[in-house]
Ligand binder design. Structure first.
Ligand code: MN
Ligand code: ZN
Length: 340
């Protein structure tokens, strides 16, 4: 079978490798139908992902059709359309035994530490394979369950409830998934970006307030909206060195600030910015068994995965897809790779 492999930074190729086989009675063999490209795939390609080992079969956003199941698999059957959760926890460390397996001390993620989903076939433990209704989530969009699981995880960590006023900084794919899920939870959502086209998309997807922070003062807009109090929930989906301290500043006393960034470079943050307002500063990473919830909410029509996809390429054209994302990031939300 064919797979997309990054041999070393900036060296991408389509390789012919052995088709995986079911190795335990609990495993499932999936014929991949679609995979979507994430910023972290690009990071492995560019050599900026410190967690990556080479050579790597990339891709952690993927799904397909079940081709074979192990003897003890009951949850899915041959022919089912499925989304595959790429998180592979150890099951016995502190976070794993405290219902926090997405931050397992020995965590492995398919497409980062383990072979990923940008290949014609994958195997996965049945517990990580989730059936979708193909009438509601088509095979070419099933890969987008994973990006929405990031948004759902953020909103769980943020304890978003009906009526909450939420600021999401950044209208990239993560911000747009957080937005759609926060709206499904009944929150009021303000979105920021520096590109009008992205803000228009956020508006289309249900944002209550949008603000271009290139030519508007965000602090003044937040003060205006909240009588100077600040935002109860601030989600930093910009993840720059300055957005972290800015998020702390924009939160109201007793507020929650959600941090998604993976930068190893320090931001400048004064401790008083957190203590004075007794902020909850909350990290969020990957997803903690959120696929069933994501699929149910998507099938009920609360998310618009078809609007997240802006481009489709056959997987053998992945080099062109990467070029497009690198050269025209403003045009791209998600590029979906077709494995048909
Ligand atoms: Mn991703
Ligand atoms: Zn663990």
């Amino acid at each position: 079978m064919k797979a997309i492999r990054v041999d070393k930074p900036m060296a991408l190729e389509i390789v012919e490798i052995d088709k995986p086989a079911i190795a335990t009675p609990y495993e499932v063999l999936v014929k991949v139908t679609s995979g979507s490209i994430c910023g972290s795939d690009l990071g492995i390609y560019k050599g900026t992902n410190s967690l990556a080992t080479y050579p790597a079969i990339i891709g952690h956003e993927y799904g397909g059709v079940v081709e074979a199941v192990g003897d003890l698999v009951k949850s899915v059957k041959i022919g089912d359309l499925v989304a595959v959760d790429p998180v592979r926890p150890c099951g016995h460390c502190y976070p794993c035994t405290h219902n926090r397996e997405n931050v397992c001390s020995n965590l492995e993620v398919c497409g980062v530490h383990l072979p990923g989903g940008f290949s014609e076939y994958v195997t996965a433990p049945a517990a990580r394979v989730h059936t979708v209704d193909p009438a509601k989530i088509p095979a070419d969009l099933v890969c987008l369950v994973e990006p929405f699981s990031i948004g759902v995880q953020v909103n769980h960590r943020a304890r978003i409830e009906k009526g909450d006023l939420v600021l999401v900084m950044g209208c990239g794919p993560a911000g747009l998934c957080i937005l759609q899920d926060a709206k499904a939870r009944g929150a009021r959502v303000m979105m920021t970006d520096i590109l009008d086209a992205r803000l228009e998309e956020a508006k289309r997807l249900g944002a209550d307030i949008v603000l271009n922070v290139k030519n508007n003062d965000l602090r003044a807009a937040v003060d205006n909206l909240t009588n100077g109090e600040g935002m109860p929930v601030v989600i930093d989906a910009v993840c720059s060195l300055t957005s972290f301290p800015q998020a702390l500043d924009l939160a109201c006393p007793a507020g929650r600030v959600l941090i998604l960034g993976l930068s190893a470079t320090p931001s400048e943050v004064a401790s008083v910015a957190i203590t004075k307002k007794e902020l909850d500063v909350i990290g969020t990473r990957l997803n903690n068994r959120r696929f069933p919830e994501v699929i149910a909410t998507m099938e009920q029509g609360y998310y618009q995965p078809e609007r997240l996809r802006t481009h489709t390429f056959h997987f053998t054209e992945v080099a062109q897809a990467f070029d497009l994302i690198l050269n025209h990031p403003e045009e791209v939300r998600k590029v979906v790779l077709s494995f048909a």
